[in-house]
Structure formats: structure tokens, C-alpha cells
Design a binder for this molecule. Structure first.
Ligand code: HEC
Ligand code: HEC
Ligand code: HEC
Length: 130
């Protein structure tokens, strides 16, 4: 009876070790890897039907310069004007606001429709689609 009890305790300890190890493996996601998502090219994957491409959307903003010729890469091309401290405003603030993003909430899957990784906040970038 004693041996059975000891065997049972040993098995229990072994189980705990495995469960802990698996939990740690789950938490320890490798650096630089972000979850897969449906928008590998960022902005242009969502803004793509005829009247929804960004050149058209932006023409609807009163007073906005026509960007259809000068912007080649999205959103990189936008930052030639949209910088911190200039009248046009920082692209991050504008884009986050447009999409109801509050970065104070921290990184979630939503962020990765535009960002490639949480480590260096790099943006997905693609050729213009207009
Ligand atoms: C996952 C899909 C998705 C991605 C990716 C995305 N957008 Fe949008 N965007 C939307 C939707 C949906 C709206 C409309 C929001 C609303 O009307 O409330 C919007 C609205 C906008 C607007 C506002 C247009 C207006 O009339 O004011 C701009 C500008 C814009 N997006 C630019 C961008 C840029 C730049 C990027 C890339 C950095 C981007 N979007 C990435 C879905 C997306
Ligand atoms: C040639 C310069 C230039 C480029 C390139 C440019 N913008 Fe702008 N943008 C401006 C200026 C100037 C304003 C302010 C217009 C105003 O309020 O009169 C503005 C305003 C905006 C606004 C409205 C901001 C607000 O506070 O309501 C949005 C949205 C916007 N730009 C998005 C973009 C996106 C997205 C791109 C790239 C696809 C882009 N812009 C490229 C100059 C530029
Ligand atoms: C719709 C596209 C879009 C989404 C979604 C988005 N971002 Fe951004 N983010 C941008 C753009 C565009 C920039 C500016 C890139 C540049 O200036 O080169 C930016 C810049 C940033 C920066 C740089 C610092 C700053 O504020 O200037 C941080 C941090 C950031 N984003 C965090 C987040 C987090 C956290 C989320 C999710 C909660 C998120 N972003 C979701 C488009 C997006």
C-alpha cells in the first residue's frame, strides 16, 4: 500500500514538472515573431477597393495635397510630410486615431495589421495600389 502511495506521489510530481514546462514554453515566445494575420502588406490590404484606396480617401480630406503622384510606398511615403512637430502632424497619431487604436492598451493582435513586430515597432510597407 505504501509503495502504491509513493508511486502515486512520484507521478503527481512528474505531472507538475511537465505542466510547468509546457506553460513556460507557451509564455516564452521567440523574439521578433509576431502572430500571422490577414494583412501582410498593411495599409493597402484593407484600403483597396476603387473608392477606398488611400489616394481617394485622402482627397476627401479638405485641404489635403494630392498625393497620388508623390507617394510611391505606403505608409512610408506619407512620412515625407507627416512628421512629429510639423503642421501635417505625426503619422502615428493620425493613423492610430483614425483606426481607434489606443497604444496605452499595449500590444494585441490588432496592432499587427500595420506593425511587423512589437520589438522595433516597424511598419509593414508596400507599393501604392492606385
Ligand atoms: C485592418 C484593415 C486596415 C488597415 C490595415 C489599415 N486601415 Fe485605414 N481604415 C480602415 C477602416 C475600416 C477605416 C474606416 C474607419 C472608420 O470610418 O471609422 C480606415 C480609415 C482610414 C483613414 C481615414 C480616412 C478618412 O476619411 O478620414 C485613413 C487616412 C487610413 N485609414 C489610413 C491608413 C493607413 C495609412 C494605414 C497603414 C499604416 C491603414 N489605414 C491601415 C481599415 C484599415
Ligand atoms: C505632400 C505632403 C503630404 C503627404 C505626402 C501626405 N500628407 Fe496627409 N496631410 C498633409 C497636410 C499639410 C495635412 C493638413 C491638411 C489640413 O488640415 O489642412 C494633412 C492631413 C492629413 C490627415 C488629416 C489629419 C487630421 O488631423 O484630421 C490625414 C488622415 C492624412 N493627412 C493622411 C495621410 C496619409 C495616410 C498619407 C500617405 C498615404 C499622407 N497623409 C500623405 C500633407 C501630406
Ligand atoms: C492602422 C495601422 C496601425 C495600427 C493598427 C497600429 N499602428 Fe502603431 N503606427 C502606425 C503608423 C503609421 C505609425 C508611424 C510610423 C512612422 O512614423 O514611420 C505607428 C507608430 C507606432 C509607434 C511609434 C511611436 C509613436 O507613437 O510614434 C508605436 C509605439 C505604435 N505605433 C504602437 C502601436 C500599438 C501598441 C498598436 C496596437 C494597439 C498599434 N500601434 C496599432 C500604424 C498603426
Amino acid at each position: 500500500m505504501k509503495r502504491v502511495k509513493r508511486l502515486f506521489i512520484n507521478l503527481l510530481v512528474l505531472c507538475c514538472i511537465f505542466v510547468t514546462a509546457f506553460m513556460l514554453m507557451g509564455i516564452d515566445a521567440p523574439d521578433g515573431v509576431s502572430p500571422p494575420d490577414g494583412y501582410p502588406n498593411g495599409c493597402v490590404d484593407c484600403h483597396q477597393t476603387t473608392d477606398y484606396t488611400l489616394d481617394v480617401q485622402i482627397l476627401n480630406i479638405s485641404g489635403h495635397p494630392d498625393i497620388s503622384m508623390i507617394v510611391q510606398q505606403v505608409p512610408d511615403g506619407c512620412t515625407m510630410c507627416h512628421k512629429v512637430g510639423v503642421a501635417a502632424g505625426a503619422l502615428s497619431l493620425i493613423t492610430h486615431e483614425n483606426h481607434d487604436i489606443n497604444i496605452a492598451d499595449g500590444f494585441s493582435e490588432t496592432c499587427f495589421s500595420c506593425h511587423t513586430s512589437a520589438d522595433d515597432i516597424s511598419n509593414k510597407s508596400a507599393a501604392k495600389n492606385w
